[in-house]
Design a protein around this ligand. Structure first.
Ligand SMILES: O=P(O)(O)OC[C@H]1O[C@H](O)[C@H](O)[C@@H](O)[C@@H]1O
Length: 535
């Protein structure tokens, strides 16, 4: 595992803070699990949140259980693994499976169309992992009830494996219902849980080599108490030192590497751990650097970057966790809480109690796109110009799409299309392309998140971090909705309430925020992309 500095400014900012950290004995204190490092206010939480430091060894106890679960699933022909879990309860498993090139369907969405795709996919060969540390996350609970009903209606036994913390209400439900149950270490927080049961259970069921992951992580463990040659300290000093020097936009590069999708996991770890009390580091994923003075470019297993991080996935997980805890210490924030995540959840719950969701009237309509919020523009190109101009010199634009992440693959293909033509067609049907098009028109970072997934990730930073964001939400008409057994609402209603709840939380901060509602999803995406090119 190696962390190398490629730029003089980063090296000097990092070495000055690293000197201070070493003088205070931080590397060995952190490696030894000292909960006093982040100050008095953070101590109680840190005392029950540092278990990730020993997971490379302690998670080995899980291996026989994982082998048993995976063997039984194989024997029963359960080859389709679905994971229902939000944020830290699904992001790591996704990276592990993508890197190992084994199929895993992650449901961290409330989009009725995207959920329906999973529900109608080989149910008789499906095993569903329901993962929630708290056991009380709304989306995960809904997906569990939907699958329970689906299995029952199909006359199939409920093939459900629950991963949760001891004592949660989900544990009780799993015991009462006779589901397979794997209890996770209660002294590990969600975003630090990659090497715990949360990362390992779905990955093992899907066929990834999880023992190898632990071996790779265990190899770096002895380095983490060292004052020199400590990759966690080197990376943490670079992240924190750069942020203190004003380079608080973290551009993550991972082009063509063997590790697949790690930036999405890092995004949650860094944004939720540091984005609070008006400060923090903003991860920027899938974007090119702009060359502005507030960027730090970190390349993972790839060329370029101000900092380069090389090593296998298991080691990357551990080193990034350690580095994030160091960066939070340098920024003087608690790396283990997420004080602002609850705001949107509360506002969503309150909205769901109303007979009708208060969408208001659109400010204007541009073809298949209704625009909600305060805007002086009269069409979409004008609105995009207005939003881009509203970004402060040190700020960013966040695009947040509450849509079906897989819908672009339904795009019509020209007859006999080759791979390049297919990729172009997908790109032009993908709402995420809006990020790239808007990024061409500004030197400020433009981020993209799928709702509600990002609410459990960058959502903390949007609300708790520096108040310099501009926010663009996208929602869409629901075709065929999905009922949530035991609830008065459907997934479609929940998804819209989540968008409106977060918008309300952003608006109370006085940040520019608009919602674009697609009254025809495919035509709406096409109009957004065309308008971004006209802007
Ligand atoms: O695992 P769960 O308890 O369901 O939590 C899932 C996610 O929920 C919250 O939004 C937290 O902010 C995340 O850090 C966490 O990963």
């Amino acid at each position: 595992m190696e962390v190398s500095y490629r730029e003089e400014g980063v090296a000097s900012a990092a070495s000055s803070v690293a000197g201070r950290l070493v003088a205070d004995g931080v590397p060995s204190r952190l490696a030894g699990g000292d909960p006093t490092l982040w100050g008095e206010d953070a101590e109680a939480e840190a005392a029950v949140r540092l278990g990730w430091l020993t997971l490379p060894r302690s998670s080995r106890e899980l291996l026989p259980t994982l082998g048993g679960l995976a063997g039984r699933a194989r024997a029963e022909g359960l080859t389709n693994v679905v994971l229902a879990g939000m944020g830290g309860s699904s992001l790591a498993a996704q990276v592990i499976c993508d890197t190992a090139d084994v199929p895993l369907t992650v449901l961290d969405t409330t989009d009725p169309g995207q959920v329906r795709r999973a529900l109608t996919d080989q149910l008789e060969a499906t095993v569903v992992v329901v993962a929630s540390k708290s056991g009380s996350t709304l989306e995960t609970g809904c997906l569990l009830r939907i699958y329970e009903r689906l299995f029952a209606d199909a006359g199939l036994p409920p093939r459900i494996v629950v991963v949760t913390d001891p004592g949660s209400r989900l544990e009780r439900l799993a015991v009462e219902s006779g589901y397979d149950l794997v209890l996770a270490s209660p002294d590990v927080g969600g975003r630090y849980s990659a090497l715990s049961a949360f990362g390992l259970v779905p990955a093992a069921l899907a066929g990834a080599d999880v023992e190898r992951l632990l071996d790779d992580a265990e190899e770096v463990l002895p380095l983490l108490s060292r004052d020199t040659g400590n990759p966690g300290l080197d990376l943490g000093a670079a992240l924190g030192g750069a942020a203190l020097a004003g380079r608080d936009k973290l551009v993550l590069e991972d082009q063509l590497t063997a590790i697949n999708g790690l930036p999405d996991w890092i995004e949650q770890l860094v944004a939720e751990s540091t984005g609070k009390r008006g400060r923090g580091i903003l991860p920027v994923v899938n974007a090119y650097p702009n060359g502005t003075g507030d960027e730090l470019v970190v390349a993972i297993e790839s060329d370029g970057g101000d900092v380069r991080v090389d090593g296998p996935l298991g080691a990357q997980f551990l080193v990034w966790e350690y580095a994030t805890a160091i960066a939070a210490l340098l920024l003087d924030v608690d790396p283990f809480d997420q004080p602002n995540v609850a705001e949107s959840k509360e506002s969503t719950t309150a909205l769901l109690d109303l007979p009708d969701l208060p969408t208001g009237a659109p400010a204007f309509v541009d073809g298949p796109v209704e625009v909600y919020g305060s805007a002086t523009a009269k069409d979409l190109p004008g609105l995009f110009v207005e939003l881009l101009r509203a970004i402060p010199d040190d700020g960013y634009l966040a695009v947040m799409a509450y849509l079906d992440r897989l819908a672009a693959f339904d795009a019509p293909m020209p007859e006999g299309a080759d791979f390049e033509q297919m990729t172009d067609a997908w790109m032009m049907a993908d709402p995420a392309t809006l990020r790239a098009l808007l990024a061409l028109r500004t030197d400020r970072p433009v981020t993209f998140g799928w709702g509600p997934r990002f609410l459990h990730s960058t959502g903390q930073y949007h609300k708790g971090g520096p108040q310099n964001g501009v926010f663009l939400q996208i929602t869409g008409v629901v075709g065929e909705d999905v009922a949530v057994p035991g609830s008065s609402y459907t997934l479609g209603r929940l998804q819209l309430a989540q968008a409106l709840g977060d918008l309300a939380a952003l608006e109370t901060r006085g940040r520019p925020a608009v919602r674009l509602h697609l009254t025809d999803r495919a035509a709406g995406v096409a109009r957004l992309l065309a308008a971004a090119q006209e802007a």
